[in-house]
Unconditional design. Structure first.
Length: 133
């Protein structure tokens, strides 16, 4: 589709889950009984974040005060040859199935969030998950 207007908090596309087609609907239904122990959350490649940030998955209605925060992953890797940070593509974050259990029969909002040297912590559009048994 056409590029979105750049806004502070919304120029990062919603995360996707590996092996799941989340484009089909606004809400992705997950069945705990058939999920792997760790879900892979994919961060869409974007020119809007630099190579020297880190990114992590969050759950909850309020991105400023997440109910759960996952492990941070760097958005770039040091390139000795170039002597600079090289941005990674296809960044993957981990979402353990266990953290979804408390949300059984409920909907939960999944986003990813960045941290950088300053105190800015931009976050992505939301992927809504409906958790079933």
């Amino acid at each position: 589709g056409p590029p979105k207007e750049t806004e502070m908090s919304t120029n990062y596309a919603a995360p996707t889950l590996a092996q799941m087609d989340s484009s089909a609907s606004a809400t992705l239904t997950l069945q705990l009984s058939v999920l792997p122990d760790v879900l892979i959350v994919q961060v869409p490649d974007s020119s809007d974040f630099p190579a020297n940030w880190s990114v992590y998955p969050i759950l909850g209605d309020d991105p400023e005060e997440p109910e759960w925060e996952g492990e941070e992953v760097n958005t770039g890797t040091w390139d000795d040859a170039e002597d600079e940070m090289e941005k990674l593509t296809g960044i993957e974050l981990q979402l353990p199935k266990e953290v979804l259990r408390p949300y059984l029969n409920r909907e939960i909002e999944l986003r990813y969030k960045f941290c950088d040297e300053s105190s800015m912590e931009p976050f992505s559009e939301v992927l809504r998950l409906r958790i079933e048994g």
